[in-house]
Design a protein around this ligand. Structure first.
Ligand SMILES: NC(=O)c1ccc[n+]([C@@H]2O[C@H](COP(=O)([O-])OP(=O)(O)OC[C@H]3O[C@@H](n4cnc5c(N)ncnc54)[C@H](O)[C@@H]3O)[C@@H](O)[C@H]2O)c1
Length: 388
């Protein structure tokens, strides 16, 4: 196989960007051979803007096209597991956009199919896993330098979306169209990283507030608390109505603290405060009441545009595509394996369920109960007439 032949289902905002990048040769191992979209307007965009590409009006025709080896799915979320299963069953490699789906039951089915298709590569567009700051955090955690994790906190309230965003129509910001609000649309990257770095919790308690400062039926202000088998805990806060908001991740361990802060593209900053003696060892012998534990500080900054490009802060999506192509063609390890997509989704499903039921959720969640509650919200949305 000289180059991996990609077909993209859904060439809206995200899919058309992937299409242009591949079509412009930004991945030397890839070629775009087909796109599919149910919208006539998007298909005529493709006719004008893409070279040597077959254009289909539905996903199934693209999936069965013999000139496609790998399918990128960039439709609204509900379709992700459905088309991924169809593509895998047709012998195609699959790179799905995030989130993996809307509810874990569908994604579990997808994972079962993907596990059977051992010769096919299944990836997910968790592009923020390529960010050098989060990769450094991952490296430090895996090396044992951070020690046992005590706490993981993420305040990610800089997803500002005004009423105009929710009023644009379409599938966004509805239970029917996307299965929720900030948790399912804006936060899947952070929910993935939250578990990639901190592990999966055993318990979740969440508060997903609907329509805060906005006339919408879905949640746009969320706080949740997590507990882990090892004894650690976590807090995650997100919203779409704070401005300018905050993007700050802190992970505290026995060996120190990692902080990743983002205040704009060039001001992303990573800090690792490493204790010279692990806190547990220090505490075992220390006799002072309020001591400081000797430590060192390492930082990493972006600062310039060329640094941002060199370090991979810019170009995250194409870097995931390049990695995916190499995974298919040369067996390179995936940065974001598709099978892991269920983890972040499990977190968001658990937060919704906890908030709806007003109780702590012990994982695994009751998937049928989740679907029943989701369906209830779809029905309520039909009559509440806010954003449908
Ligand atoms: N990784 C990222 O950073 C990132 C960023 C934005 C969006 N996304 C994800 O990409 C997906 C699409 O988001 P978007 O912003 O591009 O939305 P969009 O509405 O702009 O594009 C979706 C496209 O899919 C088409 N479509 C809808 N149903 C279809 C079907 N059944 N078959 C074929 N085409 C169909 C629509 O006509 C539209 O052109 C979402 O799941 C979203 O979460 C990911």
């Amino acid at each position: 196989m000289a180059k991996l032949r990609y077909g993209i289902i859904g060439i809206g905002k995200m899919g058309h960007s992937h299409a242009k990048k591949i079509n412009n040769g930004m991945d030397k191992n890839a070629v775009l051979t087909a796109v599919a979209d149910t919208s006539e307007e998007r298909r005529s965009w493709a006719e004008k803007n893409l070279k040597n590409v077959k254009i289909f009006s539905n996903a199934e025709d693209l999936i069965s096209c013999s000139e496609v080896d790998a399918v990128i799915i960039a439709t609204p979320h509900y379709f992700h597991p459905e088309y991924a299963i169809k593509a895998l069953n047709a012998g195609k490699h699959v790179l799905s956009e995030k989130p993996a789906g809307v509810y874990t039951k569908a994604v579990k089915e997808l994972n079962e199919v993907a596990k059977e298709k051992k010769d096919l590569v299944f990836g997910i567009m968790y592009n923020q896993r390529t960010d050098p700051m989060y990769r450094e955090a991952k490296r430090i955690i895996e090396s044992g330098e951070l020690g046992k994790i005590k706490r993981i906190n993420w305040v990610i309230t800089n997803w500002y979306r005004p009423q105009a965003y929710y009023d644009q129509g379409g599938w966004r910001g509805t239970w029917e169209g996307e299965g929720g609000g900030v948790l399912i649309n804006q936060c899947p990257h952070q929910l993935d990283l939250f578990q990639w770095l901190g592990g999966m919790p055993s318990k979740v308690y969440g508060f997903a507030k609907v329509g805060v400062e906005r006339n919408i039926n879905v949640e746009n202000d969320v706080t949740f608390y997590t507990e882990y088998e090892g004894g650690g805990s976590g807090v995650f806060v997100t919203s779409t109505h704070d401005f300018p908001g905050t993007n700050r991740l802190e992970i505290s361990g026995d060996g120190g603290q990692i902080i990743v802060e983002w205040k704009g593209l060039l001001s992303e900053k990573f800090t690792f405060i490493k204790l010279k003696t692990k806190e547990s060892e220090f505490n075992a012998t220390n006799k002072r009441f309020m001591p400081l534990i000797p430590n060192t500080k390492r930082t990493k900054r972006i600062s310039t545009l060329s640094n941002a490009i060199k370090m991979g802060v810019i170009g995250q999506h194409i870097n995931i595509i390049r990695n995916f192509s190499k995974a298919v063609l040369f067996g390179e390890s995936l940065i974001a394996p598709g099978l892991e997509g269920i983890n972040g989704l499990t977190l968001s499903n658990a937060v919704y369920l906890s908030s709806w039921k007003g109780k702590e959720i012990v994982l695994p969640i009751n998937e049928d109960e989740f679907i029943k509650e989701l369906e209830k919200r779809k029905e309520e949305e039909k009559v509440s007439n806010k954003k449908v």
